[in-house]
Design a protein around this ligand. Structure first.
Ligand SMILES: CC(C)(COP(=O)(O)OP(=O)(O)OC[C@H]1O[C@@H](n2cnc3c(N)ncnc32)[C@H](O)[C@@H]1OP(=O)(O)O)[C@@H](O)C(=O)NCCC(=O)NCCS
Length: 373
């Protein structure tokens, strides 16, 4: 019998979901029915998170309640701080996040029964872990969370010790755009772990591992490395030709679902047009190079490739002052909302994930003792 194999589970539907909808042909993304651009323009981090978790926009009281819950968990316990502040200073932020979140979860095992409560807690502590490691690894004084500030403001403040309204508004839009995107590799990892009825911390640690990879969230960091390697606008065309010749993937392009422009890439590109005012900065040059790459690849007669969210996000983060090694963690900071929303949704009507592989090995083999091999 001819068994069809769905490599990479491409095109396979594994559940019903009402969290987000991607129209890959038209290039549209909506959260709970609301276009992502509308949310990025109008909604804050906390409100969008409420929408994704609860399937409705919050009223004033509900929004305030969620904000209060998020505030409660911003601080890290001493046992965790002791480990964090003894880590080597040259680690990758995704490894720091995985390690510290895993430790936090181990210590919190008695209080992590409720998936929604734990989702809020994890969402709340991730910015603190990232900002603390940023300050610590750069030998800067630690800035504790400020509970008079919103989720995004507080993160920015803990990193830089000041508040820049224009940058924070843009960062918040960027966070909203990254919050959710269907059953991508990291979300699916969290759902697989959730389907075993494991705890939320384990789900998210697994998602972080998946997000780190260069074909997924790790691409934002690789885009900047690629632009640094290309070096100048004049070299862009040569780089593309060479990439096709040696079959090298061009970072920040292509997508499993979008077969046209990723709407988030368009949004962040427009954001950059507004934000990058200083033409002397390296990011201005990188932005021109990224646009040139886009122009070449979108018009390529042989293989049309469209930009995805990662093409422009790294340039944006870099302009704001975040280091390259932090970019993928900046993706995780909002995406944790999508991960946890899917775990909560899926486990309500749970079925253990357990696909099969088509066995192509020998049917029977004799065991040969080690002396006779
Ligand atoms: C995202 C990605 C993994 C999607 O992969 P996928 O759905 O499995 O599609 P494939 O990798 O099989 O690509 C299909 C074809 O397009 C080509 N392609 C896709 N993305 C490409 C890229 N970024 N650069 C060059 N070629 C690319 C593949 O080489 C393949 O060509 P072929 O059919 O001639 O072999 C892929 O586009 C990629 O690796 N992109 C670069 C990394 C990136 O930006 N990731 C962030 C995603 S949001």
């Amino acid at each position: 019998m001819d068994i069809k194999i769905f490599k990479g589970l491409e095109g396979v539907l594994v559940c019903e979901t009402s969290i987000s909808f991607i129209d890959g042909i038209a290039g549209r993304l909506s959260y709970r029915g609301i276009p992502v651009e509308v949310l990025a323009d109008n909604s804050c981090f906390e409100e969008t998170a409420f929408l994704l978790w609860n399937n409705s926009l919050p009223n004033q009281a509900e929004l305030q309640e969620l904000k209060n819950e998020l505030l409660k968990h911003r601080k890290l316990p001493q046992e965790v701080l002791k480990v964090l502040f003894n880590l080597p200073k040259d680690l990758h932020y995704m490894d720091v996040l995985k390690t510290i979140l895993s430790l936090f979860g181990a210590l919190d095992w008695r209080n992590s029964k409720d998936l929604y409560e734990t989702a809020i807690k994890i969402t709340s502590i991730i910015p603190t872990i990232i900002a603390y490691y940023f300050r610590y690894s750069n030998d800067l004084k630690i800035i504790p969370p400020d509970n008079s500030l919103s989720h995004t403001e507080n993160f920015y403040y803990m990193c830089f010790g000041n508040l820049n309204d224009k940058f924070i508004k843009a960062l918040e839009s960027c966070f909203v755009l990254h919050m959710e995107q269907g059953l991508n590799a990291s979300t699916f990892s969290s759902m697989v772990v959730g389907s075993t009825l494991s705890d939320m911390y384990s789900c998210i640690v697994s998602a972080l591992g998946a997000l780190k990879g260069p074909l997924h969230g790790g691409a934002n960091e690789r885009v900047l490395c690629m632009l640094e390697e290309i070096g100048s606008l004049e070299n862009v065309e040569k780089y593309v030709e060479e990439s096709f010749r040696i079959k090298r993937k061009i970072m920040g392009f292509g997508h499993r679902i979008y077969k046209t422009y990723d709407p988030r890439a368009i949004y962040i590109k427009n954001l950059l047009e507004e934000i990058i005012t200083d033409k002397e900065r390296e990011e201005y040059k990188y932005f021109q190079m990224a646009k040139k790459l886009e122009e070449i690849l979108v018009n390529n007669p042989v293989k049309k490739l469209y930009p995805n969210i990662d093409l422009y996000s790294g340039i944006f983060y870099s302009y704001l002052g975040f280091p390259k090694k932090m970019f993928t963690a900046l993706f995780a900071l909002p995406r944790v909302v999508g991960w946890t929303a899917h775990v909560i949704e899926y486990t309500k009507d749970n079925k253990l994930f357990r696909p099969s592989g088509k066995y192509v090995g020998p049917v029977h083999r004799n065991y040969v003792s080690i002396e006779e091999r």
